[in-house]
Write a protein that binds this ligand. Sequence first.
Ligand code: GLN
Length: 327
Amino acid sequence: MDYQPLLDEIAAKVRSEVGRGAVASYIPALACVDIDHFGMAVADVEGRVAGVGDWRRPFSVQSISKLFTLALVLAERKGEREPDTERETEPEGEPGTEDRGSEDIWRRVGREPSGNPFNSLVQLEYEDGIPRNPFINAGSLVVTDRLLTLTGDARGALRAFLRTESCNRTVDFNIAVADSEAEHGHRNAALAHFMADYGNLDNDVADVLAHYFSQCSIEMSCRDLALAAGFLARHGLRGDGSRLLSVRAAKQVNAVMLTCGAYDAAGEFAYRVGLPGKSGVGGGIVAVVPGRCAVAVWSPGIDEQGNSVAGVAALDHFTTLTGWSVF
Ligand code: GLN
């Protein structure tokens, strides 16, 4: 399928939405980004990419990184047989059991929408230090902690994965953004210390925070992100055809994206877009059409919930024009 005419049409339709919202200013280094950018890219399951606007321009992925760290943690299924064909039937455990590598993480983080802002502290106390899901900040800190334990270098493992999947060796952290967030990251520090008090972090709080801020500061373009998320469109297969996640685990990640990927606007995102998606306060959103393609969109103006205004509008048009909403 030729995505170019579709992307051109969407770009024309969202022009009036670009510039709406506000750039994230609570991380000072992000406040200087020009709000008028818009880019969108689609990568099909074969790895062919089409794009429009600023689709090759790197931006701060922020919370989109949470999707990839979760996948890398779930990929650690030591000793388990990896099915090597896309649709090979996998051994099912007892109802309710999980893949071995994911057992530990799902004891430490839930998979229900939080209905609260992504950096909220309130739920964490009355739910005993177990974050609602891996895509709010508290949940992602737990995932990063786990990835640090599994790899010894969470940010390095993430960067290596993203470079390989996007076929772009220049994907990297933005140290100034990471430092800026560290300097102003009192809420994230509070969340991490709070969970450490509940025994839900294995590593040193300062180390977990440093890896988390670095992962959020990674800069990628829509092109890079659409390619890197391709494994979710391919039911768990990486770009080279090797398996990252079981078919079942890929389904699970997509499900958590659908229900929790847009924070306390996940319901609205499902209503308008109807695809698994993960957004970041840098203004990026990655969405997945399982079996077909991964889509990435970027426009820095975000709404109160932290989702790109023009990005959501573009994805709304995308599923309306293609009929590819999962609903
Ligand atoms: N680094 C940001 C934070 O922790 C990520 C938040 C986001 O993109 N929603 O606040």
